[in-house]
Design a protein around this ligand. Structure first.
Ligand code: PEP
Ligand code: MN
Ligand code: NA
Length: 617
């Protein structure tokens, strides 16, 4: 029980009288079941206290999983096994009862079949380890229906990370017990039992990995990985894959979006949600420092938004997470000073970045000049002359969002905030203009449904390949992709169009040259505030737009470039709608839609025909 001596795990006694870990009947039964299956040496119900965190991190330093950073308070560095560094999309499954409900974009296996496979893998997998019980809630504990989860894991690193990324511990367990509420069971193991004579390693994992969602049962099973989105099950597995299926059934949206609050010099405020694929700058935009005088951005979230209609007919967004799990490389005092200030306060966990000689972290892009000497993420001595980068391209910082100096006070409001605009964006070196406004909701859904981006290191596999990533949700849609697009259209159908968020498509990554091999056309980072200004000017009815084949783009001079060193030709190139480039895009869009099968809404096919006729007449 959470009220017992906190940090001592309870040894598991064999025989029929299982210890009582909780008064929540279903949870007690589930823990008993998992104990029998996985045979841990001990069970520890996490209370989420500072003393518990200190004991856990001490133990992780002892087992060489973590290195204590002497330069930042209560901060640690983990180096993972080099084979366990990113989400594994090819090992991720949506095990719906019927195959068609997983759709063509997900891996599928029948739930019974998958349960059999996993049960074999989980049998005895926690031998020699402690089973941790992490009660957590995604979003506010004060919500009308708090979104509970419980992760059972044999990884203390996961416990420490979940403590940062979610609201968790005794308070949550108390609420669960009081109400006997339902929760999403999230079972996790690194998959490396310590049978007699087996010695532990700093980063235990298993070459066989399964990240499995059961959408009807609302359950997650994850085996073999200790890394981020594979293992911190409240995040991608629950708050996106399982929650998207809940949202379809209940009439809301679970999206891969940052949430920011933008205030103009006239003190107008607008809340904006933005969906970009992993490692395309969501964290940077969420805590942007606009270069334009008088404009401010405050942060509400950097990765996940849950959107529901309010009584006022507007779409309200809240961030279900309590922490940031940001891509480290490229994060620096120039590119994202607020992220640097957030981690400077400590209480953070870093994974696969480099260690400085004075007990701090460093990664590519943190400072212009690399330190003269580092220990790289492989634990090897590193100098600027060394071959590879010091940090893995998908290395991460995990830090409490409450430490962000520009956190909006509304972050904690269980109602969320009313969204004025949704931005979709990807990483495209050609074709896609800096900013385009959708003509209406259906056109906005078409923009999201056809979003494309060059792949990044956030997932294993080749990087730099253009792939369609609908609403930046390709790896996270917990059901059929065509049905998902249909759900987006339905959300707009019942709504008062004047209260729906306006939809925009942005591309910070367009480059010069016919094949996009030249320099970036747009400086990005703090200058992206200029694009946000255009969005607000559109919302406030202050900016004109050019109607083009692909949507509304800024008129000449529409983007405020005051004080920015960019010539007219470059600005025009960043905003250009090139019919030849778009004509080459058409067959790819057709192919993408064809790949989605019969559930693709006819409205989206019609949108494609409208685009085709506008482009080729
Ligand atoms: C992750 O990879 O673990 C993760 C949190 O997600 P993303 O790839 O969206 O950054
Ligand atoms: Mn993400
Ligand atoms: Na990749």
């Amino acid at each position: 029980m959470s009220t017992d001596t906190p940090t001592a795990p309870t040894p598991v006694t064999s025989g029929p009288a299982a210890p009582r870990w909780t008064t929540h009947r279903e949870l007690q039964a589930w823990i008993e079941e998992v104990v029998v299956l996985t045979t841990p040496d001990a069970v520890h119900v996490c209370e989420g206290s500072e003393a518990e965190r200190a004991a856990l991190t001490d133990a992780l330093v002892g087992s060489r999983t973590l290195t204590r950073l002497t330069a930042k308070p209560d901060s640690f560095l983990a180096w993972s096994d080099p084979t366990d560094v990113a989400r594994v999309e090819d090992r991720t499954f949506i095990c719906s009862v019927e195959e068609k409900d997983a759709g063509p974009t997900n891996n599928w296996m029948a739930p019974d079949e998958m349960k059999a496979v996993l049960t074999d893998l989980f049998r005895g997998c926690m031998t020699g380890r402690t089973l941790y019980v992490v009660p957590f809630v995604m979003g506010s504990l004060d919500a009308e229906h708090p979104m509970f989860g419980v992760e059972l894991t044999d990884s203390a690193y996961v416990v420490a990370s979940m403590g940062i990324m979610t609201r968790s511990g005794t308070e949550v367990l108390d609420a669960l017990e009081r109400t006997q509420a339902r929760y999403v069971p999230c079972l996790h193991s690194v998959g490396m039992p310590l049978a007699d004579g087996v010695e532990d390693v700093p980063w235990p994992s298993n070459p066989t990995k399964y990240i499995v969602q059961f959408p009807e049962e609302r359950a997650v099973w994850s085996f073999g990985s200790g890394y981020g989105g594979n293992a911190l099950l409240g995040k991608k597995c629950y708050a996106l894959r399982i929650a998207s299926a809940m949202a379809r059934d209940e009439g809301w949206l679970a999206e891969h979006m940052l949430i920011l609050k933008l205030t103009s010099p006239q003190q107008e405020t607008h809340y904006i949600a933005a969906a970009f694929p992993s490692a395309c700058g969501k964290t940077n935009l969420a805590m942007l420092e606009p270069t334009l005088p008088g404009w401010t951005v405050q942060t509400l979230g950097d990765d996940i938004a849950w959107l529901r209609f309010g009584d006022d007919g507007r779409l309200w967004a809240s961030n279900p997470e309590a922490g940031l799990f940001g891509v480290a490389p490229g994060t620096g005092w120039d590119t994202n000073p607020n992220a640097m200030r957030t981690i400077a306060q400590g209480h953070s966990l870093f994974t696969n970045v480099a260690l400085t000689d004075d007990g701090d972290v460093w990664w590519e892009g943190m400072t212009d000049e690399p330190p003269a000497h580092l220990t790289d993420w492989h634990g090897e001595s590193w100098t600027p002359d060394s071959d590879g980068p010091s940090s893995h391209p998908n290395s991460r910082f995990c830090t409490p969002i409450a430490q962000c100096p520009v956190l909006a006070p509304e972050y904690d409001d269980p109602r969320g905030v009313p969204i004025s605009a949704i931005l979709f964006g990807g990483r495209r070196r050609t074709t896609v203009p800096l900013v385009t406004e959708a003509r209406d909701w259906a056109h906005g859904v078409f923009m999201g449904a056809t979003l494309s981006s060059e792949t990044t290191a956030a997932s294993t596999g080749q990087t730099g390949v253009v792939r369609r990533d609908p609403m930046a949700m390709l790896p996270f849609i917990g059901y059929d992709a065509g049905d998902y697009m249909g759900h987006w259209l339905d959300m707009g159908k019942g709504a008062d169009a004047s209260r729906l968020p306006r939809v925009f498509y942005v591309n910070w990554f367009r480059r010069a040259g016919a094949t996009g091999d030249g320099p970036f056309l747009w400086p990005g980072f703090g200058e992206n505030g200029r694009v946000l200004k255009w969005v607000v000017d559109r919302l406030e009815g202050r900016a004109a737009a050019r109607d083009t084949a692909v949507g509304r783009v800024p008129t000449y001079g529409g983007i405020d470039t005051t004080g920015l060193d960019i010539d007219e030709e470059t600005m025009a190139a960043a905003l250009r709608v090139d019919h030849d480039e778009w004509a080459r895009e058409l067959p790819r869009l057709q192919e993408w839609f064809d790949s989605l099968g019969t559930t693709l809404p006819s409205t989206l096919r019609q949108e494609l025909e409208v685009l085709r006729s506008r482009l080729v007449g």
